[in-house]
Design a protein around this ligand. Structure first.
Ligand code: AHR
Length: 533
């Protein structure tokens, strides 16, 4: 394991600095001066839709089998086959929606393989992910039971790549039609009489690549047929509860799908529409992913953080195109795959995308959430990849053991941000430099929660310098701050089954002094606090 150190000044250099010209000394002083942070609570912005805290659960590695589903006869405590420990942990972060069954898997998924008595389920090959045998024991009814157990909404991605419109239409019929119909009777025979609620419907996945490598124009034509014919029959899903159809959109900065799909949406007629455009953007450090999740130096940290901050420009680029076609912002940008995609852990199946999750991941998660919050007028839903055991996971499991990752803790600390109102914050972030990479020293966002309370989240990106932040409520004073801080002695600190609390939130409190409310933000940390008047 490489120790994380910034290059220290040699004693000769240190001496030079001590005797240095005033400019050098002043630069040092300025960097350590308190950062003034002005919170303009009187100028509220957009609502931060709780759906930006959505999850993605694909049939991939042990993301479902082992991670969520252990089967009814398992010695691991479960409710109808779904792990109790995982359900409890997910309930605690109020997961707003779960995207399923993929990913690339979705465009080869045939839903009929995953319904009915266990002995009739077809065993297939998961050709996208490690060639594993897909037992189909976790299918539609199990997924719907799972989202019910965690108190979430279903985001179902239909197979537009290798399936047909009819197959997808019949799936929705199975899930949502009246119990007196043949499809509804089949559902009832499988244990569920009432129609399910399918709040979000994905019309394919990455159709520019694993979903069929389609030209944007071709995809757009196909997508319209799915948007038209794949109907939701649940009588309760009207008005605000109506199903939202999410079309495939851009890969990273490629704008071809954004242009084609949004131009089509702009010209849609009564017969079809979409209510979301997907964006996929991972932080990888290059392809194929080679950055380690357990052992990395500060340069690797800085590179990945810099790449993470690129999410802001990506959203701005796609939002500008969307604004052209949809100036009223009716169609949200749905970032339904994001997060760190790192090298697979040694001795794991590379097709299972297993990686650890460190304090760095927590910082990356917080920075992404901050970006989504700043774009809350257009970004109204996102799904981190992925929920359990895959990529930047919330939870890691191994047989009966479970551990919560640093990323999980961020999702929990940010709970007050769900459905909160964005509050503008102004500050000079200062800089943190590593080699030739320059990053902002801090990042901050503020919100007014649904109870009217003011919250501030500050991330200190610098691994070695704490930052002092002097808050100002645009005239009004804050008397105190109370919340939590997440940090650890090292950026590559991780939680393991043996040491599950190496990176865990700790209580944080501060009181106003003569100069106001000053918050000491430790190096490499995330602080989320409620500000009291
Ligand atoms: O999350 C892993 C994969 O990444 C998904 O299946 C696919 O949509 C994307 O390329």
């Amino acid at each position: 394991m490489i120790t994380l150190t910034r290059p220290l000044a040699s004693s000769a250099l240190a001496m030079t600095l001590a005797l240095a010209a005033p400019t050098l000394v002043q630069a040092q002083t300025r960097a350590d001066a308190p950062i003034a942070l002005r919170i303009d609570a009187g100028a509220p912005g957009a609502k931060i839709d709780r759906n930006i805290f959505g999850q993605f659960a694909e049939h991939l590695g042990t993301g479902i089998y082992g991670g969520v589903w252990v089967g009814k006869d398992s010695p691991i405590p479960n409710t109808r086959g779904v792990r109790k420990d995982v359900v409890e942990a997910l309930r605690a972060i109020k997961v707003p929606n779960v995207r399923w069954p993929g990913g690339c898997f979705a465009d080869e998924y045939h839903w009929r393989h995953g319904i009915g008595p266990a002995e009739t389920r077809r065993k297939t090959i998961n050709s996208n992910w490690g060639g594993a045998v897909e037992p189909n024991t976790f299918g539609t009814d199990e997924f719907m039971d799972f989202v019910d157990q965690i108190g979430s909404e279903a985001y179902v991605s239909v197979n537009l790549g290798s399936g047909t419109v009819q197959e997808a239409a019949e799936w929705l019929e199975y899930m949502t039609a009246d119990p007196e119909t043949t499809a509804g009777k089949e559902r009832a025979a499988n244990g569920r009489r009432e129609p399910y609620k399918v709040k979000y419907l994905g019309l394919g996945n990455e159709s520019w690549s694993c979903g069929g490598a389609m030209r944007p124009e071709y995809y757009t034509d196909e997508m319209k047929r799915y948007a038209r014919f794949v109907r939701n029959y649940n009588p309760k899903q009207t008005g605000a509860e109506a199903m939202q159809r999410i079309a495939v959109g851009p890969n990273q900065g490629d704008t071809a799908y954004t242009e084609a799909v949004m131009a089509a949406q702009n010209g849609h007629d009564w017969a079809w529409n979409i209510e979301g455009l997907s964006l996929h953007s991972y932080t990888t450090g290059g392809w194929p992913p080679s950055y380690s999740s357990t052992s990395f130096d500060e340069t690797a940290y800085a590179k990945l953080v810099k790449e993470t901050l690129g999410m802001d420009g990506l959203i701005a680029t796609h939002s500008a195109i969307m604004d052209k076609h949809d100036p009223e912002k009716k169609v949200p940008l749905v970032v339904d795959e994001w997060g760190l995609w790192l090298a697979p852990l040694p001795d794991t199946n590379p097709g299972f995308l297993v990686q650890q999750n460190s304090l760095r991941d927590a910082i990356v998660a917080a920075l992404n959430i901050n970006i989504f919050a700043r774009h809350a007028d257009r970004v109204r839903m996102t799904n981190i990849a992925q929920m359990v055991n895959v990529l930047q996971a919330m939870i890691l499991t191994d047989k009966d053991k479970m551990v919560l990752t640093p990323t999980y803790h961020i999702f929990k600390m940010y709970l007050p941000f769900q459905d909160a109102t964005f509050v503008p914050v102004k500050f000079e972030a200062g800089t943190y430099a590593q080699g030739d990479i320059t990053l902002p020293r801090i990042d901050a966002v503020a919100v007014r929660d649904t109870q009217g309370k003011l919250w501030l989240a500050v991330t200190n990106l610098d691994p070695t310098r704490s930052a002092s932040v002097l808050t100002d409520l645009a005239g009004a004073k804050a008397s105190s701050a109370r919340g939590q801080v997440l940090t650890a002695p090292r950026l590559d600190a991780v939680n393991t089954f043996a040491a599950p609390n190496a990176v865990a939130p700790k209580p944080y409190a501060a009181k106003a002094g003569a100069k106001g409310l000053s918050l000491d933000i430790p190096a490499k940390s995330i602080v989320v606090v409620q500000l009291e008047p």
